[in-house]
Design a protein around this ligand. Sequence first.
Ligand SMILES: *Cc1c(COP(=O)(O)O)cnc(C)c1O
Length: 352
Amino acid sequence: MKKHNFYAGPSILPQEAIDGTIKALQDFAGTGLSLASVSHRSKEFDAVMNDAVALFKELLEIPEGYSVLFLGGGASLQFAMVPFNLMKKKAMYINTGTWSTKAIKEAKMFGDVIEIKGDDFFSIPKGYNVPEDVDYLHITTNNTIYGTEYFEDLDVNVPLVADMSSDIFSRKVDVSKYAIIYGGAQKNLAPSGVTFVIVKNDVLGKVDHQIPTMLNYQTHIAKNSMFNTPPVIPVFTALQTLKWIKANGGVDGMNKRNTEKAETLYAEIERNKLFKATVTKEDQSIMNICFVMNDKFKDLDKDFLEFATQKGMIGIKGHRSVGGFRASVYNALDIESINALVDVMKEFEEAQ
Ligand SMILES: *Cc1c(COP(=O)(O)O)cnc(C)c1O
């Protein structure tokens, strides 16, 4: 039976990216050696790093004056690196859920944080003013756990920083509006182990305090992400995924796929008498689709999960802090998997 991969992260990757990596683990770039055992200083790996950076810039149409980095430490390390590199006194954070909350905790170690938060995390706060004297504004563009998403790039007069761990390459982004975009690659790009950072060079170097070498973006910019040993295998897989994105219509192609997938699944959640969506319509993520049992059918929670799992739907249990169900429908997931999940939801409804 076909397994449909709805895991939130690490998560589905294009089969071509997996196959390309397997091949390189056996024989990397005709060297006769495994990707796992080749120097990151070899000309073959140097080409991988350069190609990955170039394709990243091409696909996101990143303007001049920005650097693309591949680092270790996960998005979670960026929660600290961002304030370490940018905060002089004060920053503003929009708290849209678990990940923003963690980012705020780190930022508070470096200065004052103005926090904007709604009554709950089922919609995105709107209608606030951004004071001109904050060093930056931080947002999380896709809330992987609660399933909300920004669909527009904010216009603000201060440097804008975004955690795009779970929606990078899913839609067009006007990079020129951002000072820093970062994310763990294990949602939409690569296996876990590599973190991407897009940084506008001229926002750096303005803080008075010292920054440890490894935590200073300028270190990694100067060395093309090879100051120390980079996560070689995930960077290689990221390059394969980027090639797949390019071959499948680029970011616009991904957005078309993702919109169709999300519309299909949200429509079924709305139609099916058993289920309801948890997120306000206008903020519903096209990457992480969260839903719960309608009140009348609450007792069926476990039964549905079991039924769906038996039918090959993997990873649809909601995050432990939210409950219910979450289908993560990243770029590589085919519409075929959405249709299969919709069929299972219908079948379960008919059986009640
Ligand atoms: C998964 C995730 C993180 C955490 O990433 P790590 O690489 O595990 O540190 C941070 N932010 C968002 C939005 C995420 O989805």
